[in-house]
Design a protein around this ligand. Structure first.
Ligand code: XMP
Length: 516
């Protein structure tokens, strides 16, 4: 299919919100490309017909320093430009204005006042709150520009060129704290650039499938699928692109949730029909290696090593494969500290599949521009069943992350059964989709209980239910007591050797989401 969508280019100057700008543009139904400043001019000239406008992102540098990142505005083919923060300062500085360090860094909420009728602010109130984060400011406008908004601390909170082609804002319209931020971006996209809102998750999927096909050609690709939304969507997209050249492997390490392996296999086989699906039940192998091990890091290392060996065996038996598909998301890219312009790198913290050193796979990462909720929408678009599309994140080491101390059959059963009750009660109450993760934790501590007439000594189960945007920070969910009570009652009634149930009320930070 021919893909002729308008593109808004976001030029990346290293700002922490550059990706968020892209996300907002996608939400407005327009295709966007985040391009490093070094290659932006080339990209725009190669795609000149499709590029309808250019956004210059924020960034940590100061435009007046020699080595700060810059692009020549005269090379942007006359496209409409919106500079945000550093982008605004770059426009002013390059076109003959002045930018200086401000005495006091402006950070956080500020109120702006609209000063003149600008298409950028069409339909907006004359005053509203925005979010600022800068230590430099435009102190003199370039010739041919006017001020269109001011704030208490920034007299040039927003500017535009008199010909209506170039705009700049000192604040961040892309962050949620800026009121009307999305309307400002919409005004730029639709009123100023004349872009068409014809971009959707379907289009996105088409483009990604096309990209995979081009990258991989007719070479063979391996994808480890876990039953989670990320790896599943990555596999479905790759399957669409290359069909039978893809081999999918689902390894059961014996640390999955209740009924998980059966459910996932059914969906992969009967619903999604993933090509060349190999199921490996390696439960005994993993659990044997983990016997007697208490240290959390050691458990992770063992699981990682075992995965690596299994990969090696699969490659020997079914390969060789040239590419490996990974469901890396944009927040993973940040957490692993990978530079955006740099080459792909496998993250260590969250990638339990510690790849065998002997095999050099090239990576296919079709989701690396997306946030989790976007992947879920993509999953819906691709017909991935809701059980996978909307399932909570689950760590690669599985229940090993939720069992403190040695992993025994008994603790595994407690963790599994209790976790199942937590999820089931949340689903019944319509709250499952409202929280980020919900599970049970078990360790070696025991407490006294009375069941029937007898005193007994049973496990303490800790329930952890958290809300989060992306897993990087999280807070415990303030659930109605009735639900917590129901969960606690069911756990002690239905799981014989549990006597106490606790609720974890520590946010991340200082805690992590998973206890191990
Ligand atoms: P933490 O526990 O670090 O977790 O606050 C943040 C998010 O990542 C998930 N998580 C993992 N995912 N392998 C994974 O694939 C791991 O080793 C791992 N550890 C944590 C966790 O469930 C949460 O969503």
């Amino acid at each position: 299919m021919k893909m002729d969508y308008d593109i808004i280019v976001v030029v990346d100057f290293g700002g922490q919100y550059s990706h968020l700008i892209c996300r907002r543009i996608r939400e407005l139904g327009v295709r966007t490309e985040l391009v490093p400043y070094q290659t932006a001019v080339e990209f725009i000239s190669e795609n000149s017909e499709k590029v309808k406008g250019v956004i210059l992102s924020g960034g940590p540098a100061s435009v007046y320093l020699d080595n700060s990142p810059k692009i020549d505005l005269s090379n942007l083919a006359g496209k409409p430009v919106l500079g945000i923060c550093y982008g605004l300062q770059l426009i002013a500085y390059q076109l003959g204005g002045e930018v200086e360090k401000v005495e006091k860094r402006e950070y956080g909420k500020a109120q702006i006042k609209i000063l003149s009728n600008s298409p950028l602010f069409q339909g907006l109130p004359s005053e509203f709150n925005v979010w600022m984060s800068h230590s430099d400011a435009v102190t003199k406008l370039p010739a041919g520009f006017k001020r269109i908004a001011e704030s208490t601390n920034s007299s040039n909170a927003a500017i535009q060129s008199l010909d209506g082609k170039i705009y700049g804002v000192q604040f961040h319209p892309e962050v949620a704290h800026t009121e009307n931020g999305k309307n400002i971006l919409a005004n730029f996209l639709f009123n100023i650039c004349g872009a068409q809102p014809n971009w959707s998750m379907e289009n996105y999927a088409e483009r990604v499938v096309e990209d995979i096909r081009r990258t991989v050609g007719d070479r063979r690709v391996l994808c480890a699928v876990s039953g989670g939304v990320d790896s599943t969507v990555a596999a479905v997209l790759t399957a669409k692109a290359i069909g039978g050249n893809l081999t999918c492997v689902f390894v059961n390490h014996g640390l999955l949730r209740k009924n998980e392996a059966e459910e996932v296999l059914r969906i992969y086989g009967e619903v999604l029909r993933l090509p060349n699906l190999i199921y490996i039940d390696a439960s005994e192998r993993f659990l044997a290696k983990l016997r007697g091990v208490k240290d959390p890091e050691e458990k992770r290392r063992i699981i990682g090593r075992e995965f690596a060996e299994i990969f090696e065996e699969i490659n020997a038996r079914h390969g060789p494969f040239e590419f490996l598909v990974q469901g890396t998301l944009y927040p993973d890219v940040i957490e692993s500290g990978e530079s955006r312009a740099g080459a792909a790198r496998i993250k260590t913290h969250h990638n339990v599949g510690g790849l065998p050193k002997g095999i050099r796979f090239k990576l296919v990462e079709p989701l690396r521009e997306l946030y989790k909720d976007e992947v879920r929408r993509l999953a819906d678009t691709l017909g991935v069943p809701i059980e996978i599309a909307h399932r909570h994140p689950f760590p690669g080491p599985g229940l090993a992350a939720r069992i403190i101390g040695e992993i025994t059959e008994e603790k595994l059963t407690v963790c599994r059964e209790a976790g199942y009750i937590v999820e089931e009660e949340l689903k019944k109450a319509g709250l499952y989709d409202k929280v980020w993760q919900a599970f049970a934790v078990v360790g070696d501590d025991k407490a006294t209980g009375v069941k029937g007439d007898e005193r007994s000594h049973g496990y303490i189960v800790t329930i952890r239910i958290v809300e989060s945007e992306d897993g990087m920070t999280a807070n415990w969910a303030k659930l109605p007591y009735e639900i917590l009570e129901k969960i606690a009652n069911r756990i002690t009634n239905e799981i014989e050797n549990v006597t106490w149930v606790a609720y974890s009320i520590t946010p991340k930070p200082p805690a992590t989401i998973e206890p191990q």
